[in-house]
Design a protein around this ligand. Sequence first.
Ligand code: URA
Ligand code: CA
Length: 442
Amino acid sequence: MERGNGMRAVDLILKKKNGGVMSKPEIEWLVDGFVKGKVPDYQMAAWMMAVCFQGMNPQETGALTDVMMRSGGMVDLSALPGVKVDKHSTGGVGDTTTLIVAPLVAACGGTVAKMSGRGLGHTGGTLDKLESVPGVNVEIPMERFFEIVKEIGLCVMGQTEGLVPADKRMYALRDVTGTVSSIPLIASSVMSKKLAAGADAIVLDVKMGTGAFMQTLPEAQALARTMVEIGAHMGRRTVALVTDMNQPLGMAVGNGLEVREAIELLAGKIPSGDPLYEVSMLLASHMLLLSGLAKNEAETRAKLTQALTSGAGLQKLGAMLRALGGDVRCIEDPDSLCIVEKKIPVALGAAGYIAAMRAEEIGVAAQLLGAGRATKEDHIDPAVGLVMHKRQGMHVAADEPVATLYVNDPAHVEEAAALVRAAFTLSQEPPASMPMVYDVIS
Ligand code: URA
Ligand code: CA
């Protein structure tokens, strides 16, 4: 059992369990000890469970974030020109905004040097989406990443091995000890990675609803405020949106399918008013504001609309895919990304208005078809998943397909179709329409 500086892990667990406030040296001792293997998993897990019940004040959460951020190597982006702006979504379904906003922001003169992760469970990961384009390699050396950003204004790469090892180990433990859903633990996990990745400005998209970590607006706002305060305290311009995850953000759920949808949006084929369009525009808008490239939202809207209609945004996406070794024929022919053996329509067998369309079930259905991993070792089929045909609030006939499954392996088709059906709640009256964006916190 680890002790040092007169500290013992059991005393720190008891302190938090009894509602005490941890000092920064105490948090540092615990996290450092854990990363070095001196504080065992069971004591870290017990402490994190105490944090779940007792919470942490802003000083404690800030200290935890700082200690986690410095637990490994940090990225210095200062050699790159301009304000480096990053974005992060807290795990959505059908959320392909990175592949839309990074090219749009770059097309408007911004600099996006971004590290992304892989998908796990029912939420997708940007790296897996990028790899659905033949030839793309996201595990590039840091020098190449800098070159690409200098040349075209954007690059998304895989998070480097040594970035925030404390989070890697803590998250693995949280996942299996029921300690994921804690605002200070989520905020420090997300922000330690964003801060270590080096951006000057950060736009966060906090999801709220049935498919998200935060299921109510007050909880989502509290998480958003906590992360914005951490960012500000660390000298980074930070803004958080709270957006809806009571239905998938885009219509496509699956890797190649989501890249196709991003290409279609950047090609001007998805209209304003669509949730993916609106949330992407708002995220990009705040990224431009934080970058100092526009004075107000009217100006960012004008610039972004120009980047869309001129095709400049789509050109940036193509340039990045090419720089990563990708075959860019998909820009002209996005259907090539989702060629499957079978497309299977799913109808509900009942008519009514769509009152709810739970994102989590839909995400799990896509995962079952092979679009996502249950464990880190699972293989992903880039072409499979599903495309929704309806939005919350729309009317649907009994035999009308609400989704189409894109299938290569027939093994879990029945289960996936059943999950899609179970995701829907119908009502006989038109339901109240749900907002796409609940709050902007800066
Ligand atoms: N995403 C993260 O990176 N960490 C969390 O704790 C939750 C979501
Ligand atoms: Ca995440």
